[in-house]
Design a binder for this molecule. Structure first.
Ligand code: DGY
Length: 433
């Protein structure tokens, strides 16, 4: 285990670029929002100044309206498509003047990451000072979500692009692609020069991705216009669970700091409303798990994915509901011949165990699942999630995602996508400490 930890530290140090980290070389050469948050948790175990800098750099790119972009383009490189020149974030009047970025965001992990840093810290006083300096920006980000992304004022925020979900090519989005018919764009993919195309989204999927960005750009990333016109408008359980988890952390941290009663009160109001709506609207009684809601077409997207279990991490279901969800997870995703936890329902015909978010196991979702299971008292299953996560990394290396079928690991390398991937390393460190 010591050797594995040593290797994980090497990966993180290699991907460190002076004041932020890249997720991995070539494939993702800039700073990504939720990657950065999770990477900071890894650094916190052995290099707190880097953990803090990672978050400070991320927050430094915040827009004047509280929005935090999903990619911050710190350097010029043409190894990534679509790069800064495609996104043109400067079209938005309140975009960062300092950094080029995208005009979409990613799951809001920053709140709970601040709390994780505090918990890990051996110098709580110094870490609390760091948190004091940065927490208001995270609060401002949550305010942005509740003011700009919750049109029905129900405490559930929407995402307008699959890249905002973090689960980029989930089969869930197929239902939305079937409502669209974008032009066939001409462009040069870069991801498929770094990674086997069978492990990445298709050309046609990219047409859809680009089309939504074209609409947003046309209206200068104006939130009202996006809300009115984006063909993709989804209330995502993973995204909203991250927001709820982060609200809870902000409440705890503000209490620790003292003297922020108005903010604590507001966070509590958001929190109560969010949890209520989440349970009422995003739970599918027939499937017995949480699902996505397509706000554009006003219908639930009834599929089971690893996002369906993420509400455990945020303490959203009651005990009874949690119990039945976990049973469903074990029946479908947790058989002896499978590694926990596939990113999409292995019994679905849309399942593909090699292709990005259409089936492979991801360490970040496993880490959340582990935490959720521990909180609800499912120690044995939690231990299995941890053991599986460590085992697939030990067998294959620090890949971006892994095959969920055990037999494939016995025969060949079953790690896919980017290699020496930062959050796989960071969360491995957290798992074993
Ligand atoms: C990619 O390029 O696949 C990224 O995940 C987009 O955020």
């Amino acid at each position: 285990m010591e050797l594995l930890q040593k290797k994980a530290i090497e990966v993180l140090n290699k991907n460190w670029k002076g004041n932020f980290s890249i997720p991995c070389a070539n494939l993702y050469p800039f700073q990504w929002f939720w990657d950065s948050g999770l990477i900071a948790i890894g650094f916190a175990h052995f290099d707190m100044p880097k953990a803090e800098k990672e978050i400070e750099t991320l927050l430094d790119a915040q827009w004047e309206n509280g929005f935090i972009p999903h990619i911050i383009f710190h350097t010029e490189t043409d190894t990534y498509f679509p790069g800064a020149d495609f996104h043109l974030s400067n079209l938005h009047p309140q975009a960062s003047k300092k950094y080029k970025s995208t005009g979409m965001t990613q799951p809001p992990v920053t709140g709970f990451v601040l709390e994780e840093l505090y918990k890990i810290s051996e110098d709580k006083k110094a870490t609390l000072e760091f948190i004091k300096r940065n927490i208001d920006q995270v609060y401002f980000n949550h305010e942005y979500f509740y003011h700009q992304r919750d049109p029905k004022n129900e405490g559930l925020v929407y995402i307008y692009h699959n890249w905002e979900s973090g689960t980029d090519n989930s089969p869930i989005w197929d239902d939305i692609w079937s409502t669209m018919n974008p032009p066939e764009y001409t462009f040069e993919r870069r991801d498929t020069t770094h990674v086997d195309p069978s492990e990445r989204p298709s050309k046609r999927e990219y047409d859809h991705y680009l089309h939504i960005i074209e609409i947003a750009k046309k209206y200068h990333y104006n939130d009202e216009k996006i809300m009115e016109l984006s063909p993709f408008l989804v209330q995502d359980p993973l995204f909203n669970a991250m927001l709820i988890k982060s609200n809870e952390s902000l409440i705890k941290l503000y209490k620790l700091i003292g003297g922020h009663d108005a903010k604590i009160k507001q966070l509590q109001l958001w929190q109560n409303k969010s949890i209520r709506s989440f349970n009422d609207k995003l739970f599918d009684e027939r499937l017995g798990v949480y699902v996505h809601y397509d706000l554009r077409n006003e219908k639930s997207l009834n599929y089971i994915s690893s996002s369906s279990f993420s509400p455990l991490f945020a303490g959203i279901p009651d005990k009874k509901r949690a119990e039945s969800m976990i049973k469903i997870m074990m029946d479908k995703f947790g058989r002896e011949d499978q590694y926990l936890c596939a990113s999409f329902d292995p019994s679905s015909e849309r399942f593909n165990p090699k292709k990005y978010w259409r089936g492979p196991v991801w360490i970040n979702l496993n880490w959340m699942l582990y935490r959720g299971l521990v909180q609800y008292g499912y120690k044995d299953i939690a231990e299995r999630v941890k053991k599986d996560s460590i085992e697939i990394i030990e067998k294959n290396g620090f890949y971006e995602y892994f095959d969920s079928r055990k037999k494939v690991h016995a025969e060949e390398n079953a790690g896919y996508g980017g290699h020496d991937f930062s959050w796989s390393a960071a969360l491995l460190i957290d798992f074993i400490n």
